[in-house]
Design a protein around this ligand. Structure first.
Ligand code: SAH
Length: 253
């Protein structure tokens, strides 16, 4: 008897931004291994399943990636249907590759289901296209964060400088270093930025300003996940496109 692993994107947080397929698989799962950012209303879609929190959050105690891979494989080999539920999209800064390889190496069937990634949820929060016509034909999704044991380089910063719009994941906690790296690449301190916290969730919070002020902008708000948007999308929002979010006036003032 052999189970299977489904690597499922849970989207940016709001339960109704799950795909229909994700909701269906949650309703069928025997076991759900979920990230730290997955809220109770999403987990409630799998009332029959055993839940394991295997999340990572920057700077906090987190579960080792190898442990997650082993657990997933062990449960599937028992014949269980395992949903590995990940924030956003599994294939955007989601460690999906390691988990897929672990399954394949163990002969366990693995299927991935896409989700709405934080970058596009942030664009909706801003009411601004990452590819505004006539302004941006390129978008870079980057992170300055390096996995434990890895080594960094400045390819991410070069990608930001080369793209008309950039979205920086896992960058808010090192805003000072982000600014320094981007100024090194020739961006100016006036380059437009937006920080979107908890996109799609009740705690959604936006701040806009200039790259030079990013450390202050990134420190504002609460301790929800934050994503940085640079370039035309942040600028368009500043120019007064409608932003359907309570609290914006307070954030901008
Ligand atoms: N696979 C996920 C990204 C995981 S990395 C995806 O596709 O979205 C985790 C980072 O994503 C956080 O540090 C933050 O930068 C960003 N993030 C995730 N959810 C977010 C949200 N609701 N609002 C803002 N940023 C978010």
């Amino acid at each position: 008897m052999s189970g299977a692993v489904y690597l499922v994107g849970a989207g940016p947080g709001a339960a109704d931004l799950l795909t229909v397929r994700a909701a269906r698989l949650l309703g069928q799962a025997d076991v759900v291994l979920h990230d730290a950012l997955i809220g109770p209303d999403i987990l409630a879609l799998a009332p029959q399943a055993r839940l394991y929190g295997v999340g990572k959050r920057g700077g906090r105690v987190s579960v080792d990636q190898r442990f997650t891979c082993r657990l997933m494989v062990r449960l599937a080999r028992r014949g269980l249907m395992v949903v590995r539920l990940k924030g956003g999209d599994p294939h955007i800064f989601g460690r999906a590759t390691e988990e897929i390889e672990a399954c394949r190496a163990a002969g366990v069937d693995v299927v991935t289901v896409p989700g709405i990634t934080a970058a596009t949820a942030a664009a909706s929060a801003l009411g601004a296209s990452l590819t505004a016509r006539g302004l941006s034909r390129s978008v870079a999704f980057v992170t300055p964060t390096v996995a434990r044991g890895g080594t960094g380089n400045d390819a991410w910063a070069r990608a930001v400088a080369a793209a008309e719009t950039a979205v920086i994941y896992m960058g808010a906690q090192q805003a000072q270093a982000v600014v320094a790296a981007l100024l090194d690449q020739g961006l100016t301190a006036a380059h437009p930025v937006a920080v979107v916290e908890s996109a799609s969730l009740p705690g959604q919070h936006l701040v806009r300003g200039a790259l030079g002020a990013l450390p202050q902008l990134a420190a504002a708000g609460g301790d929800g996940p934050k994503i940085l948007v640079l370039g035309t999308a942040a600028l368009a929002a500043q120019n007064g496109l409608p932003v359907p979010v309570a609290g914006l006036e307070r954030a901008v003032a």
